[in-house]
Write a protein that binds this ligand. Structure first.
Ligand code: MSP
Length: 662
């Protein structure tokens, strides 16, 4: 509550808008579950919360997929978006609004924003270079080409220039560096702020291409309709167009902007903390208070994704193990800023340990004992002993500890605080031995205190877990006989312990989370995977070969030399390839020529983290090849030094990313 006006404080949280894809995977669900857990937590702790999600529906890829299916792009996305909404329903994602970039409200506002930026001189007309396939009428970047040919039809492509509008990012880069330095809370976790400054801002920003003439499925630039708005200006603006910015009705915008947090995966932190703040600043608008970049769900160290073919379907998991169990696992298993390995086994073990055993047993034992010893009526407590007082105090202190963790996006720690209480309750049962107290009338008063204490703790736990597991609290309340809505609120946890009224009637129900036979479940999963298995990618052993001295022809012509395109690239990401001792996988930026992945067998000479941000030289027109199951799009150049150590080739300072060597 605001001290000054007495109104509820607002909280505006967003997920990224998702690319429409036939089936979103559990990695996508991770992002939405986190945002939803935070939104629920804020609602529960008294904030007027607005939670936005949606879909990012324009672009050539969608245009092509729709064409393949013989439907219009609009019909294509409509169908997929309805599936995405079904998934969010299944997973209890409680968004307040779902924005689609094809919504009229979005289209109109984006056109206004584009025009304003153009009128004030922040957008200008220039030229964009790429490859054009005439029969397909498609424009491709170097990276998208397959063997130097059109990836759709395999025919030759021509280097073409396309008229485009550009947004002046460069003009604002110094302002942004200052802003990030002055607002340490803006980019979280903080390590990502250094990455943005050192890897992207300090080396210098290129102006951003914000329109295309070759992509038809997009928002038309209304004052120059052969152009459509290109990618980030269309996508990022959803966070304000959804609130009515630029429309006749801005009341939501006035109420909720600036956003409290944009929750995004780490690979798109860059767009949210560089392009987006500059756009907002150019529009004269305040910046979101925070961009939080979470880690990825990975399988065998690799980001889960459709192109890698390692996706796990959240629908299958929720149908089999319940959405609450899946949500709990996602929020409990890994610290939120870091990557986390997803395995079915770890999920099953977590469900058994935390949900079936710790929580499930606590609830069922408490209810069963109240039924057995007090005819199902929660008894009143009598005098307290030290062991009771200790548990009461812990229960009184837990909500605050949870709040502290969750407000810092430390969901796992927040849940651990709750499970500390669950664990102490289970220990309390072992120490107080209610089954012994129940044997004689004399110890009945003591038993009353013990079972009251447990019932109240169970109620408290049920309230606290609701932000991650929205369905389970009601199941626990039903067993405890809690009907009064006031007893289901966070407010009821603040202050003294004994809030639950004595005398309410418990009802023993089904086990909350039945114990799973891990081995059986794994076998079942393996069998299903086997049935669906795609052909294993060919492993090219050659690429892992030692650095050998090649044999060269005596002489070559200048034309032969000129056939190799060598360019300066900047390392955006670099990590070890799990199954290889020698390979490093690089994500490299070649400036205007875009980004590409290259694998190189230099792991024994370089630590991946030391290479991020550095410039290297690579041959970029080599035919892509598969190395250890990954596509490598080029070759990084290096030489052996006197001691036989491999050294990467580099260039002097001031050379732009993408510069051609020759
Ligand atoms: N459309 C853009 C975002 C534009 S926001 C203005 C986009 N879409 S996406 O569908 O590819 O990704 C949406 C979100 O899902 C991103 O935050 C991304 O990081 C997240 N995830 C996709 N795969 C993931 C994992 N394997 N693990 C965790 N999150 C992942 O990017």
């Amino acid at each position: 509550m605001c001290e000054h006006c007495g109104e509820k404080k607002t909280f505006y949280i967003t997920t990224p808008i998702y690319y429409p894809s036939d089936n979103l995977h559990i990695g996508h669900a991770y992002c939405s579950t986190a945002a939803d857990s935070m939104a629920r937590f804020k609602r529960m702790t008294g904030y007027d919360t607005y939670f936005l999600t949606g879909t990012d529906e324009h672009g050539q890829k969608i245009e092509r997929k729709a064409k393949d299916k013989g439907v219009t792009p609009q019909a294509y996305v409509d169908n997929i978006v309805s599936g995405i909404k079904d998934l969010w329903k299944l997973m209890d994602i409680s968004y307040d609004d779902f924005i689609r970039t094809t919504d009229e409200r979005h289209v109109k506002s984006v056109q206004k924003i584009f025009k304003q930026l153009y009128d004030q001189g922040d957008i200008y007309k220039g030229e964009y270079e790429g490859w054009y396939c005439t029969p397909c009428e498609s424009f491709w970047t170097e990276l998208q080409l397959k063997d130097g040919k059109c990836p759709d039809c395999g025919r030759p492509v021509e280097k073409t220039r396309e008229e485009s509008y550009f947004f002046k990012l460069n003009k604002y880069q110094d302002w942004l560096i200052q802003y990030i330095n002055d607002h340490p809370e803006f980019i979280q976790p903080a390590s990502r702020a250094n990455e943005m400054i050192n890897n992207f801002l300090k080396p210098g920003l290129n102006d951003l291409c914000v329109s295309r003439t070759s992509i038809k499925w997009g928002i038309p630039v209304d004052f120059d309709p052969k152009h459509t708005v290109y990618v980030w200006l269309d996508a990022l603006t959803n966070y304000i167009t959804a609130l009515g910015y630029g429309s006749g009705d801005q009341h939501l915008f006035d109420k909720y902007w600036p956003a409290d947090v944009h929750l995004v995966g780490k690979e798109i932190v860059r767009f949210h903390t560089i392009i987006w703040p500059i756009m907002l600043h150019a529009l004269g608008l305040p910046l979101p208070k925070q961009v939080f970049g979470h880690g990825w769900l990975v399988i065998d160290g690799k980001k889960m994704g459709k192109s890698v073919g390692n996706v796990v379907d959240p629908v299958v998991l929720c149908d089999r193990y319940s959405s609450d169990a899946v949500r709990y696992f996602l929020m409990r298993e890994m610290p939120f800023g870091s990557d986390g390995e997803f395995t079915l086994k770890s999920m099953l073990m977590r469900i058994n340990a935390d949900l079936a055993n710790d929580l499930g047993n606590l609830v069922s034992r408490t209810v069963a004992m109240i039924e057995k010893y007090f005819d199902g009526k929660v008894p009143a407590y009598t005098t307290l002993e030290d062991v009771d007082r200790a548990l009461w105090t812990l229960a009184e202190e837990t909500p605050e500890a949870v709040e502290k963790q969750v407000n810092a996006f430390q969901f796992s720690n927040g849940l651990q605080e709750i499970w500390k209480l669950v664990g102490e309750c289970n220990k309390y049962i072992d120490t107080t031995q209610p089954w012994v107290l129940g044997r004689s009338e004399e110890t009945k008063p003591r038993l009353q205190t013990v079972l009251y204490t447990l019932a109240e703790c169970v109620r408290r736990v049920a309230v606290m877990i609701g932000f991650v597991m929205p369905r389970t609290p009601e199941r626990i309340f039903a067993q405890l006989g809690v009907e009064d809505e006031a007893l289901k609120t966070w407010q009821s946890l603040i202050g003294k312990f004994a809030v639950l009224p004595a005398g309410i009637t418990v009802h023993k129900g089904e086990a909350l989370f039945p114990r799973l036979d891990v081995q059986k479940e794994l076998e079942r999963d393996a069998k299903q995977a086997e049935e669906k298995k795609p052909e294993a990618p060919k492993q090219e052993k050659k690429a892992e070969k030692k650095h050998e001295e090649p044999e060269f022809p005596e002489e070559i012509t200048i034309d032969t030399f000129c056939q190799s395109k060598m360019q300066v690239g900047r390392v955006l990401e670099c990590f070890k390839v799990e199954k290889s001792k020698k390979l490093l996988q690089f994500r490299l930026s070649f400036g205007k020529d875009g980004e590409r992945t290259i694998l190189s067998g230099i792991a024994q000479w370089y630590k991946p983290e030391d290479l991020v941000g550095k410039q290297i030289v690579a041959v970029t027109n080599l035919k892509p090849r598969s190395i250890a199951g990954e596509e490598s799009h080029g070759m990084i150049l290096s030489a052996l030094d006197d001691s036989g150590n491999l050294r990467l080739m580099s260039v002097g300072e001031g050379v732009e990313d993408g510069a051609i060597i020759g």
